[in-house]
Design a protein around this ligand. Structure first.
Ligand code: CMC
Length: 430
């Protein structure tokens, strides 16, 4: 293997170094390209661009491999299932927490779980039917108003406090936004409950009636959060990195991540999938029509929950969630016709030339919505649950970038294709 790539351009030959990752993946380092040739690289959608070196998550999209800090995600799904809070620590700090670290972190999550009253009061001024993702993004930014001492993070202890506040309060904010949308009283967090159970409690308990949390439901939510916890340079994480690269604080950077995640091509796909399955169930659409529409180049319809920038094989998260849907439905004795429809759609797509040629497989969003539905989460909270799960990933990337020596602001180039030099024409002459 050569150490350099050779580029010939305009009669000039230059050598560009090749950077090699821990798993042997190789990338041409074009840092010096413009200085040496006057050229930039053109890569819409950053399809071929590695924007950083990162030690957090490894994906092999051809083999369907996903690892957090080297550990295959499948290992987080076996019983007794690890807790999401352990995964949060692992992603952010790089190692599985010791017993003592986990206890300290859990205690911090508990002591930071209440929202500041000013933040809580804000919910009264938000329209009841406001989308919870808008509320989540706005409220994460609002935390910057009340935790101003955290805006400059200059020591590890303070950073730990900011992280604990965010990880803990994101649940409270999410649950309060749901209660607000239903016109229900807020349920305060219960310090005796574990992370997922506490979220379910704030979502579904009433002031005088405790919601009974079944272990299966708690485990399923824990699994969903774990499987969403990080996915390297996806759209929202890259957004968090871009905002953080300007040295913006963690609240602002994560709020931006929520906004990116909201889009239907990203985290919003879990809502689109269930809405599509519901339309099929109600008879408004057939699975075969879905496939025809998805294939039709004149139709903007895309089969939500299918396809991925990186995976050209099964998304390992989709495999795990598919099995989890089946298992949880069996345990809880429910039947969900949407799951049968999803199986049928998957079967049709996987045997269709269009999907085969383009290597389009189910992604994480294809089955996550059905599982969230099974455990009683309303559709408008699906992407919010994705955000709760993804928050540790955003924080881990923000922290990694912030700690990098000589890190630079993310500021790409463009190829300008607009007017050549033109003149301003006064209004009376136009
Ligand atoms: N339905 C129909 N055609 C598709 C789909 C789909 N779901 N996904 C990709 N294609 C086609 C696309 O039209 C293109 O065809 P052609 O080569 O003929 O122009 C080809 O497959 C390659 O697609 P692409 O748009 O170049 O791929 P991308 O890497 O830019 O986009 C994606 C990835 C996930 C945005 C896209 O697959 C998609 O829109 N999927 C549906 C939305 C979805 O499920 N999003 C969740 C992604 S996973 C979790 C997350 O990130 O939140």
């Amino acid at each position: 293997m050569t150490d350099n790539a050779v580029l010939m351009v305009d009669g000039q030959t230059i050598e560009l170094p090749i950077v090699e990752g821990a798993e042997g993946e190789r990338s041409i380092d074009i840092t010096a390209l413009r200085a040496q040739t006057g050229l930039t690289s053109y890569d819409p959608g950053l399809v071929n661009t590695s924007i950083c070196k990162s030690a957090i998550t490894y994906i092999d999209g051809d083999k369907g491999v996903l690892r957090y800090r080297g550990i295959p995600v499948e290992q987080f799904t076996v019983q007794p299932q690890p807790n999401f809070v352990e995964v949060v620590w692992l992603l952010i700090f790089g190692n599985l927490p010791s017993r003592e670290e986990l206890k300290i972190f859990r205690d911090m999550l508990t002591s930071h779980e209440l929202l500041h009253e000013d933040v809580k009061d804000q919910f009264q001024h938000i329209p009841a039917d406001a989308p919870p993702m808008a509320i989540l993004s706005a409220t994460l930014n609002h935390l910057a108003c009340v935790y101003r001492k955290y805006l400059v993070v200059d020591d590890p202890e303070r950073l730990l406090e900011v992280i604990a506040s965010l990880i803990s309060q994101v649940r409270t904010i999410a649950a309060f936004s749901y209660r607000r949308s239903k016109g229900l009283p807020f349920i305060y967090p219960n310090p005796n409950l574990r992370y997922c159970a506490n979220f379910l409690h704030m979502m579904f308990s009433s002031p005088y009636q405790q919601y009974i949390i079944s272990p299966e439901v708690e485990d399923a939510l824990n699994l969903i959060f774990i499987l969403h916890a990080d996915h390297e340079q996806n759209c929202s994480t890259t957004t968090v990195r871009a905002v953080g690269s300007a040295r913006a604080n963690l609240f602002a950077s994560c709020a931006a991540g929520v906004s990116a995640l909201w889009g239907p091509l990203h985290g919003g796909a879990n809502v689109e999938v269930v809405e599509m399955l519901e339309r099929i169930h109600k008879g408004g659409l057939s699975p075969a029509q879905c496939i025809r529409d998805a294939r039709d180049k004149n139709n903007p319809f895309r089969l939500s929950g299918f396809g991925h920038r990186i995976y050209r094989n099964f998304d390992p998260r989709a495999k795990i969630l598919k099995q989890a849907c089946d298992r949880v439905l069996q345990i809880t004795g429910q039947r969900d016709p949407l799951l049968d429809i999803a199986f049928e759609l998957e079967e049709l797509a996987l045997n269709d030339d269009y999907f085969i040629e383009r290597k389009l497989y189910p992604n994480v969003d294809f089955y996550s919505g059905i599982l969230l539905r099974t455990i009683g989460i309303p559709t408008n909270m699906f992407t919010v649950c994705f955000a709760i799960g993804r928050l540790p990933g955003w924080i881990a990337h923000w922290k990694e970038q912030n700690e990098e020596q000589g890190g630079r602001i993310i500021r790409p180039r463009q190829v300008y294709v607009g007017n050549n030099l033109s003149s301003y024409v006064p209004m009376e002459d136009r």
